[in-house]
Write a protein that binds this ligand. Structure first.
Ligand SMILES: [Zn+2]
Length: 184
């Protein structure tokens, strides 16, 4: 009980300090390089079981050091520093930056005020794997890409309607592909 209360409190503190209203301009100035989206890599073809498996050396070769730190080493980018933390209205799809699997429709993105891109549901539930993460003295739900099992972020049950879920992602784990405009 005490432990869970402490975990809740410490997480609330993390969120408080991550508030972007005061930190936004500072973060933008300090991390301009971080906020440039990474180039789209060719999607990897899954095997018969729907999985993509690369060796650690192959992942290091394919990904930038920051992408590798987040996706393959369960890292977290600084709040308000990534390319996608601001909620924008551009239609399109967010893909796994490691393997290219389409994960979130931009229509399900919302402003969570946390400084990380947030969605209330994935394109399909089966595209996201979940497992319990007990690091940092908290019990959280880690989310991973189903296809390549790379770390994406965490999910929480304090999101908006219609799901009540908040998929709190790292920008560095995602690649946004804007919808192609129909020709007039
Ligand atoms: Zn993936």
């Amino acid at each position: 009980m005490l432990r869970s209360l402490l975990a809740t409190l410490s997480f609330a503190l993390v969120l408080t300090f991550a508030g972007c209203d005061s930190a936004a301009s500072r973060a933008t100035a300090a991390t301009a390089a971080d906020s440039t989206p990474a180039p789209v890599l060719p999607a990897l073809t899954p095997g018969p079981d729907g999985k993509v498996r690369l060796t650690d050396a192959e992942w290091r070769q394919r990904l930038t050091p920051e992408q590798y730190r987040i996706l393959r080493d369960a890292g977290t980018e600084r709040a308000c520093s990534g390319a996608y933390w601001k909620a924008e209205g551009t239609p399109g799809v967010y893909h796994c930056a490691a393997c290219g699997l389409a994960l979130f429709n931009a229509q399900t993105k919302f402003d969570s005020g946390t400084g990380w891109p947030s969605f209330y549901q994935p394109i399909e539930k089966g595209r996201i794997l979940e497992r319990t993460d007990t690091t940092l003295g908290m019990v959280r739900t880690e989310t991973l890409c189903f296809r390549c099992e790379s770390h994406l972020g965490h999910s929480f049950d304090d999101g908006p309607a219609p799901t009540g879920l908040r998929y709190c992602m790292n920008s560095g784990a995602l690649i946004f592909v804007p919808a192609v405009k129909a020709q007039p």
